[in-house]
Design a protein around this ligand. Sequence first.
Ligand code: SF4
Length: 466
Amino acid sequence: MTGSKKKYKLLLINPANQRRKGLVLARDRIFPPMAFGIIAALTPDNWEVEILDESFAPFEYKEADLVGFTSLTTTVNRCYQIAGEYRKNRIPTVIGGIHVSMLPEEASRYVDSVVIGEAEGIWPKLIDDFEKNRLQQYYHAKLPSLVDNPSQKTNLYNPGYNFSSMQTTRGCPMKCEFCSVHTFNGSKYRLRPIEQSVRDFINSEKDRVFVVDDNFVGYNKASRNHAKEFLKGILKSGVKKDWFGASSMNIAEDEEILEYMARSGCKMVYLGIESERIDQLEQMKKKTNLKIGVDKYAEVYDKIHKYGISIMGSFIYGLGNDTPQTIYERTSYIIDADIDMMQSTMLTPLPGTVLFKEFEEAGRLLHTNFPEDWERYGYIEVVIKPKLMSPQEFHDAVYESWERMYDLKALKKKFLRTLQTTKDPTAAVWGITTNLQMRNMVFEGTKESLEPEEAFPDLLKGIQLR
Ligand code: SF4
């Protein structure tokens, strides 16, 4: 005999940084909070699930039986604030995500239950515990195999997002000092079954997809084959969507992958370039880039462009031996190199990284009134005391660099160059749009925010996109 189960409501809240949007929240309106789609898929049918998304509207109190948050460092303080509203009313709260996985004790001061690690392995138990009125303070999730990884429940996302998101792999065997991916997702590169990934791509609600892997092609033959099989699956399906993903610079070692990427609709690849200097790559233990060699970076860019794919180059300002002069030199490199979308942000030690430990122990963190000060840790505010310059000199050098990098005439030039190197109008439009969005973010509050049509009224007229 099956009795009808008691009904519950789960409210999942995606918070926004209240200080400024910052880089991390460039995601707002770009792609949805994937963790929530997965949580919703793992929640049993006797639960109603709703996502309240501050990317679109400020939080307004809503009734629920259980309230869940996902945390990034820049948004965790907002999670704690909202959790406080529910705890006043004795509504249980739960939080997961990368920040609280690194600092669970901090989180447990503000939220009833903390999920440490990836949620898949532990969420069903947490729900069962809740229903039995025995919710625990901590849930330690083991790294799940991705074999039974559920597809997200995408119908709960705000329809205003521009991209759908999906994943084909998790984890990273590299140990770059500024990164906490290997601590959170593990150093084993885990592969999702091809059929599931292809199905998610095909079924994604938008016709633009972000493949959220840290390195789409991985670091060995097996992972490269996995990527190729995924791309072949897309091609075989006949489904046409534009997509982008992230990779290490080793992506250019296998042109067959680039070819499949291009044929399957890839318009942009995000590369962690970090610095054009060998000594700095050594300092941060960026092994893949060292292996490729800075003198070969240009070949990497050329190969990617050859297949009509644009490059979002990510760099860091404020590395160990940076001075205002080396920051200006990095800026010139970024502007002159064949990089289409330019992202160069301030060194920001995040909890769980070697870098954070080093800066904390040396007393070189500028803002330590946590959790409030986590809102500053969004890559566009000085949070460190650099070795070879004052925080003010660092700030001024970076802002001067951004003025040059995101100058509208410079962006127009980049656009024309992308059009020339990729011969793909969509890639070029994505390029100029992303650069403008970067400009709007770094100058938030000091310069007028511009839409592409306002900034470049003539340039984008008549461009035919697929
Ligand atoms: S920065 Fe990229 S390559 Fe380095 S550890 Fe993080 S995910 Fe891996």
